[in-house]
Design a binder for this molecule. Sequence first.
Ligand code: ADP
Ligand code: TRP
Length: 321
Amino acid sequence: MRVITGIQPSGTLHIGNYFGAIKQMLELQDSSDLFIFIADYHALTSLKDAEALKKNTIDAAITYLALGIDPEKSTLWVQSDVKEVLELYWILSAYTPMGLLERAHSYKDKVAKGISPNHALFSYPVLMAADILLYDAEIVPVGKDQIQHVEITRDIALKFNNEKGDIFTLPKFKIDENLQTVPGTDGAKMSKSYGNTIDLFTTQKQLKKQVGKIVTESVPLEAPKEYEHCNVYNLCKLFLDEEGQKALQERYKKGGEGHGHFKMYLQELIWDHFAEARERRAYYLEHQDEVLEILDTGAKKARKIASEKMRIVRDVAGIYR
Ligand code: ADP
Ligand code: TRP
């Protein structure tokens, strides 16, 4: 079963991204034919600094390889390495009713947040449809905010298929019901736009600073503490099995330790959990030629599928060769 996912090269990742998205990808690569690409054309809708975009693109590849995306199991490439996607984007645009895009929440939300409303931002769902349909992906794992984009993809594919025959596979979105929202240091959803993140790859000093910012209730050291609504506990929980969670609950109930101790424990959990990934990341940062080679291999595989598909699409659309 082919599963596709696009990741925006948007810089520093936090533990909310890890538990909310990346962990799911790592599980999927063992059970499916995972296609994963770095969506640099998409990022262009909001990032105009050329050097930053190039750097973020390679950085994203390094980060995902470090976290365990295995190029032997999955196909990893950069979106712009397969130009066919832009050709399909244009052809699909001709089959996309304006109303479909005018109803997209994501565009309205972004404009409301102050991103300047350029045409690429508006037509973004058509490019996303091209990403998915070009490779005949069956499943698209997404967060809730992206469901509508997969539905738009289906609508476009259906319209094209109705007019031109059974050309595109209709994709389905997949939401992981077990995923929880990871709280940030202030207890709200962890997000880079809220400045409440704990980053995946950072120095021990910076990690200490970020964990130190977590808001906790103020209770005397000796007193038993409430764990269920404690932000520190809820973050620790992500790293612990049932037994570990029970043990930590006991420490809260017993009293005698302050939130400072629990924060120190959280810091250790995070540091240890990503130790291997940190090493792999350091390795790839030193060996970027290997990263480029992996991306080349991925792009070659993706391009082969894309060019076969485009031959069919061009033909039925009337593009003469
Ligand atoms: P941010 O909110 O920091 O900008 P993105 O919107 O780039 O994060 O999200 C990238 C992926 O990480 C999405 O799949 C999203 O659902 C997931 N994600 C982001 N923050 C969280 C969080 N706090 N808890 C769970 N998942 C999250
Ligand atoms: N729009 C997605 C996001 O913002 C990224 C993306 C682009 C994508 N193309 C895709 C995701 C195709 C899945 C499939 O997160």
